[in-house]
Ligand binder design. Structure first.
Ligand SMILES: [Zn+2]
Length: 733
C-alpha cells in the first residue's frame, strides 16, 4: 500500500500469485479507490473474510444505486440485538472512517474534474459568437471547484458574503454564542462500550452534538428564550483533535441594550456554592468546571494558547472587578464581576504543577445561566457591540477572504489540487460530512442576485455545438431579465414596481425551474446583489442605477432619463446626479467597509483612484483611512508602548506605505493623487520593534536600508545576503 508523499492518491497494490510479467517480475495489480476490493484489502483486520466493500455497482434492496456516504452511514448504525464490531476497532475505526470519506470526496472531485473539462462558463455574448464561428471547443474559461462544493474556497467566500448580507439588512447581531461539546458528557458515557474512550466513537460524538446544537437553536429561534429571534447564522467547526463546536450569531428583535437586560441573559460570575447536593451546588460546580478561563500566564498555565510573549493573556484575562454591568465606550459591555469584598464568590481550581488555585470572578467567561444549566457544556455568550467585531468573527470562522486571495494567485486549473493538499480531515469531521449534517446554517436564507450587461449573463455549457445552443435557449431568461418582465407584467407589476432589484425577494420568490418571479406567499428571504469592482466599467454603473431606481422594465429603460435614452449606464448615472461630488465612490467604499477586511478595502481604494478619476482623493482617504488601517492599528496597539496619538501617526504612515506600494506597479505613487508620501524615518523606526509585520512594509524597510548603508563592508555583506535570498539559492556566509 504505497503512500507517496506529495501525491494524495493512495492505491492498494497486490502481487498476483504465480504470474510474472515478460521481464520476469511479479505481476502487480492495483486497485483503484472505487474498487469493491479496496476496503477489505486496505483493512484486513476490519474485514478478515474479504467481504466486498462499496463499489459503483452497489445497490439497495429496491435495486437503486447507493452512494458511498449512504453505504457508510448504513454500516455505522447500531442495531438492536447485534453489536457493530466496527465501533470496537478504536483508532483503526477512526482511520477507516476518514479514509471512506476521502474516497467519497475523491469521487465527487473526480466528477467535477471530469465535467469541468466539458462544462465551461463564459459570458453569454461570447457563447453566441462562438456558435457563429464554430469555435466552441476552444472558447470558455475553465470553472474548477464551484461554490456549491462544501469546504471549497468559493463556498467559504459565499458563506461569508451571505452572512454579511444579514448584517447589511438587520444591522449588527445581538449575541455571539459559542457552543462546545464536552466529550465526557453523560449522554456519550451512557452509549460507550466498556473500555471505549469518547474519541473511539466519532459517529456518536457527532450525532449527540448535532442533537444538542439543534436543541439549542430551537430554544433561541423557536422558543425565543432571549426574545423574538429574527435571524441567525450557525457555523460548525472541528478542532484538530476532533470534537465539534459551533459558533452562532443571533439577531433579537428590538433588544434594548441596558445593564438590566444584559444581566438578565448573561453572567460573568461564579454563582453561590449552596449546600452539598443541592441544585445550586451543581450549577456552581458547572461554572467552575466549564466557564473559567485558564488560569493562564504567570499565575497559572504558561503553555496555554492565549499566553503572549510577555506573559499576559491575549483574551485580556483576568478582567478587572466591576461592581455593576456598565456599558462602555463604543457600546462595549463590561459585565458585572464583583470582588470578594463586594460579595463575589470564589472557588478553587486545579492547575497542573501549581495545585489548587483560588479563582474569583475576574476569570469567568461570560455565559448564559439558562443554557449552561440546560446543556452542561462550555457555552460562551456575549453581547455583540459593533459591526466591526462581527466582520472579524465572520472572517475568522469562514476562513474567508484571506484564503481566497491566496488561491487567486495560483493557476486556476489547480484549484482541486490546492483543495486536496490543504484540507485537514479528522475522524469526527469525516463522519459529520458523511452523515450530511449542516456546516453553515443561515436564516433567513440569502439569494444571490446576479448582474449582467445586456446579453452578457454567465452561461454554463457543454463544449459542443448542440451544448452551446441548448445553453443559449436555457439562459436567455435570467433573474434580471425576469425582474424587468415582472415590472412590465399587468398582474405582478403593481407590487413589483415598488421594489428595487435588491429588495425584490421581500415580495417575490424566484422559481428556478420556470425561471420566473412569483409573488411570495410566506417566509422571508434576503436578496444580495453581487458586488462589482469599479474597474469593471459599465456594469458598475448598471448596479448603481439598480440600487437607486425602482420599476425598471428593460436595460433601455434604465438608461433613459427624462425621456431621453442615453448611450451608456454611466451617462444615465451622471444625468441622475448619482455621480456628483464622488458620491458613488463614497458609497462604494462605505459598502466595502461593511463587508470587507482592510487589505481588500485598500485594494479597492487604489483601483478607484487608478481607474475612476475621483475629484478629491485626499478627501476620500480622510474619510476611510481608519477603516483601511484597522489591521495595522490592531498590530501596533499590541506591540508598541506609546501614546494614542503616536500610534495613530505610525498607523497612518503604515497606510501611506501600503498605498504607495499598491500604486507602484502602475507607475504611480501617492503624490500622483495629491496624497502625502510616507515618512521613511518613521517607517524604519517602527518596523524595528515589529517582528511579524506586513511584507509590503518590510520591503520598504529593505529598500531604504539599502540606500542608507554607508559603510562599505556592511553594504558588501548586505548585498551578498540579498543576492542569495533573491536568487533563492542557499549560501554559507
Ligand atoms: Zn488566557
Amino acid at each position: 500500500m504505497p503512500t507517496n508523499p506529495g501525491n494524495s492518491e493512495r492505491t492498494v497494490v497486490c502481487s498476483v500469485r504465480q504470474s510474472q510479467t515478460e521481464n520476469g517480475k511479479d505481476e502487480l495489480q492495483s486497485f483503484q479507490a472505487y474498487h469493491r476490493a479496496y476496503t477489505p484489502l486496505a483493512y484486513p483486520i476490519l474485514f478478515p473474510k474479504g467481504t466486498d466493500g462499496w463499489s459503483m455497482s452497489t445497490k439497495n434492496i429496491d435495486d437503486k444505486p447507493v452512494t458511498l456516504t449512504a453505504y457508510v452511514r448504513f454500516h455505522l448504525m447500531e442495531r438492536l440485538g447485534s453489536e457493530n464490531y466496527l465501533h470496537r476497532a478504536g483508532k483503526l475505526y477512526q482511520q477507516w472512517i476518514t479514509d471512506e470519506w476521502a474516497r467519497a470526496e475523491k469521487q465527487r472531485l473526480d466528477f467535477i474534474r471530469r465535467n469541468q473539462l466539458k462544462l465551461r462558463a463564459n459570458l453569454y455574448k461570447c457563447v453566441r459568437e462562438s456558435t457563429e464561428d464554430r469555435n466552441v471547443e476552444s472558447s470558455g474559461r475553465m470553472v474548477v471547484l464551484p461554490a456549491s462544493y462544501c469546504g471549497s474556497d468559493r463556498w467559504y467566500h459565499r458563506g461569508y458574503k451571505n452572512a454579511m448580507a444579514l448584517v447589511q439588512k438587520y444591522g449588527k447581531p445581538t449575541f455571539f454564542l459559542t457552543q462546545t461539546f464536552d466529550v465526557n458528557c453523560p449522554e456519550v458515557k451512557a452509549e460507550l462500550k466498556p473500555g471505549q474512550s469518547p474519541y473511539d466513537r466519532p459517529d456518536l460524538l457527532c450525532r449527540i452534538f448535532n442533537l444538542k446544537r439543534k436543541a439549542l437553536l430551537d430554544d433561541i429561534t423557536k422558543r425565543g428564550i432571549f426574545g423574538e429571534c429574527i435571524a441567525y447564522v450557525s457555523v460548525v467547526e472541528f478542532q484538530k483533535r476532533g470534537a465539534p463546536h459551533s459558533h452562532n450569531l443571533i439577531w433579537i428583535k428590538d433588544f434594548e441594550m441596558t445593564s438590566q437586560n444584559i444581566d438578565n441573559v448573561i453572567s460573568a460570575e461564579i454563582p453561590p456554592p449552596g449546600d452539598e447536593g443541592s441544585d445550586d451546588r451543581v450549577f456552581h460546580d458547572l461554572v467552575v468546571k466549564q466557564m473559567i478561563h485558564g488560569p493562564c500566564g504567570r499565575h497559572g498555565n504558561m503553555r496555554l494558547g492565549c499566553v503572549q510573549e510577555d506573559g499576559t493573556c491575549k483574551r485580556k484575562y483576568p478582567w478587572e472587578f466591576t461592581p455593576n454591568t456598565v456599558i462602555g465606550e463604543d457600546n462595549f459591555p463590561h459585565y458585572r464581576r464583583r470582588s470578594p469584598e463586594e460579595g463575589g464568590n470564589v472557588a478553587k481550581k486545579y492547575v497542573r504543577g501549581k495545585g489548587l488555585i483560588e479563582i474569583d470572578n475576574r476569570l469567568v467567561v461570560p455565559y448564559s445561566p439558562y443554557l449552561l444549566k440546560k446543556y452542561g457544556c462550555h457555552i460562551n455568550m456575549e453581547y455583540c457591540h459593533t459591526v466591526v467585531s462581527v466582520k472579524y468573527l465572520f472572517l475568522y470562522h469562514f476562513k474567508g477572504e484571506v484564503m481566497v486571495t491566496v488561491v487567486e494567485d495560483r493557476h486556476k486549473d489547480g484549484e482541486i489540487e490546492t483543495y486536496i493538499t490543504r484540507r485537514y480531515m479528522c475522524a469526527c469531521q469525516a463522519y459529520w460530512r458523511t452523515a450530511e449534517f449542516v456546516t453553515i446554517e443561515i436564516k433567513p436564507s440569502v439569494l444571490q442576485l446576479p448582474l449582467h450587461l445586456p446579453e452578457e449573463q454567465t452561461v454554463t455549457y457543454e463544449a459542443t455545438q448542440s451544448g452551446a445552443r441548448d445553453a443559449l435557449a436555457r439562459n436567455a431568461k435570467t433573474m434580471m431579465s425576469e425582474y424587468f418582465e415582472a415590472n412590465k407584467c399587468p398582474e405582478r407589476g403593481a407590487a413589483a414596481r415598488l421594489l428595487k432589484y435588491e429588495d425584490f425577494t421581500d415580495s417575490f420568490v424566484w422559481n428556478a425551474k420556470d425561471k420566473r418571479w412569483n409573488e411570495r406567499q410566506r417566509g422571508t428571504q434576503i436578496g444580495r446583489m453581487v458586488s462589482i469592482h469599479p474597474g469593471n466599467g459599465d456594469i458598475f454603473y448598471l448596479r448603481l442605477l439598480l440600487k437607486n431606481k425602482v420599476g425598471a422594465t428593460s436595460f433601455q429603460d434604465l438608461q433613459t432619463v427624462d425621456g431621453e435614452e442615453l448611450p451608456t449606464f454611466k451617462a444615465a448615472c451622471v444625468a441622475l446626479e448619482l455621480c456628483e461630488d464622488d458620491k458613488q465612490w463614497y458609497e462604494t467604499m462605505e459598502e466595502a467597509v461593511q463587508i470587507s477586511v482592510p487589505s481588500v478595502i485598500r485594494d479597492l481604494f487604489c483601483s478607484i483612484l487608478l481607474n475612476c478619476q475621483p475629484t478629491d482623493p485626499p478627501g476620500l482617504l480622510k474619510e476611510f483611512s481608519a477603516a483601511m488601517s484597522e489591521d495595522y492599528a490592531r498590530k501596533r496597539s499590541e506591540i508598541l508602548n506609546l501614546t494614542t496619538e503616536e500610534i495613530q501617526s505610525i498607523v497612518y504612515n503604515d497606510l501611506l506605505i501600503a498605498l504607495n506600494k499598491l500604486f507602484e506597479p502602475h507607475g504611480n505613487s501617492n503624490a500622483s493623487f495629491d496624497i502625502e508620501m510616507p515618512d521613511k524615518d518613521m517607517a524604519v523606526n517602527a518596523i524595528v520593534d515589529d517582528t511579524e509585520y506586513d511584507p509590503s512594509a518590510q520591503d520598504f524597510f529593505v529598500e531604504n536600508i539599502e540606500l542608507q548603508i554607508g559603510n562599505k563592508e556592511q553594504s558588501k555583506i548586505f548585498n551578498r545576503v540579498k543576492r542569495s535570498v533573491d536568487s533563492e539559492v542557499g549560501d554559507l556566509i
